[in-house]
Design a protein around this ligand. Sequence first.
Ligand SMILES: [Zn+2]
Length: 207
Amino acid sequence: MSSALQTPVLVLNRLWQAVHVCSVERALTLLCTGHAQVVVAANDGECRTFSFRQWCDFSEAAAPAAEAETVRTVSLRIRIPRIILLLFFDRFPNKEVKFTRHNIFERDRNTCQYCGKKFDRKDLNIDHILPRMRGGLTNWTNVVCSCIECNRRKGSRSPEEAGMRLIRKPKKPRWRPFVEVQFAVAADHSWRHFLDLAYWNVELGAE
Ligand SMILES: [Zn+2]
């Protein structure tokens, strides 16, 4: 496969929200099946969209792009899209934050939810607010990080019984669309506009 096909393509949903990154191959498939259009962001922030047909014409007509920026088929030479817009998908991907030890630490920011101090992960326990032996569930709303000292103090009691207070009510974290991608991928500069939007519009939850 040519390296051009490995260029990541930014995927916007119907509401122009950045939701995903896909391969060129996938982008072209979505394009030629009519599920997506190509977005070209000009420097002034104006965006043009192209259907598959229009994109083919544009690829032919525009000044010959560098070889690395095009793919060839038997009969066509197609410019590699950098951004595509999904025409029918208007939600964020239905992703759930996995209930893992790592994500509990992430949610609680390595901070004991009783005394509010930050610790190394090795010095933190996962505490069941209502103890398991009393029917407490192992889920986002009944589990928090706690330091060894607070954990010992609380023992097998509820926080009320132990005279302790949670620094905040534990909730299921929301999936943070795109924040990770923003920092993880050396994105094309034309992505910036959408990534900045995604960054600022991301729901951070109660903090
Ligand atoms: Zn503590």
